[in-house]
Design a protein around this ligand. Structure first.
Ligand code: ATP
Ligand code: MG
Length: 142
C-alpha cells in the first residue's frame, strides 16, 4: 500500500542522455533514498512535449523548451520516497543552474537553464497527472 504523496515524476532530459550520464543520475537518486519504481527511455515528439508543458504555452521560452525536450531521448521515471515531490525538488536544485546550491543535480550536471538535466513534478497533484501522462499502473512496481 503506497501512501499519497510518496511518488513524483522525473524526466532525465536529453542533455544527460546525450552525454551518457543516465546511470550517474540514477546512482544519485538511489543514494538519496529514492526507489525507481518505473522507468522507460523514449523520444518525445512535438505534440507530446507541448502537451506535457502546456502550462508554459504562453511563456517566451516555450518553443525553445519544446525543441530542447525533443532534441534527443529522455528517460521518464516514477520515484518513490517519503515526501517524494519536495525531496526531489530539493536535490534537483534551482531551475537556473547558476542559482543552484552546491551538491544539487543541476549544479553538478546542467548545461544551461534550458538544458537543465532533470524535471521533477512541483506538487502532488501535478505528480499524479504527470505520472499518468507517461505510465499505466501495471508499469509501476513499488
Ligand atoms: P521542470 O518543470 O523541468 O522540473 P522547473 O519546475 O524548475 O523545471 P519551470 O518553471 O517549470 O522550472 O520551467 C520548465 C522548464 O522550462 C525548465 O526546467 C527549463 O528547462 C525551462 N525554462 C524555464 N525558465 C526558462 C527561461 N527563462 N529560459 C529558458 N528556459 C526556461
Ligand atoms: Mg516545473
Amino acid at each position: 500500500m503506497t501512501m499519497a504523496g510518496t511518488r513524483t515524476l522525473s524526466i532525465i532530459k536529453p542533455d544527460i542522455t546525450r552525454r551518457n550520464l543516465t546511470g550517474e543520475i540514477n546512482a544519485r537518486l538511489e543514494k538519496a533514498g529514492f526507489r525507481i519504481i518505473a522507468q522507460k527511455r523514449l523520444r518525445l515528439d512535438r505534440p507530446m512535449a507541448e502537451s506535457f508543458y502546456n502550462v508554459h504555452r504562453e511563456r517566451a521560452f516555450f518553443n525553445d523548451l519544446c525543441a530542447s525536450m525533443t532534441s534527443g531521448p529522455v528517460v521518464v521515471q516514477v520515484l518513490e520516497s517519503p515526501d517524494a515531490v519536495l525531496r526531489y525538488r530539493n536535490i534537483m536544485g534551482a531551475t537556473n543552474p547558476a542559482n543552484a546550491d552546491e551538491g544539487t543535480i543541476r549544479k553538478d550536471f546542467a548545461e544551461s537553464i534550458e538544458a537543465n538535466s532533470v524535471h521533477g513534478s512541483d506538487s502532488d497533484e501535478n505528480a499524479v497527472r504527470e505520472i499518468a501522462f507517461f505510465f499505466s499502473e501495471i508499469e509501476i512496481v513499488g
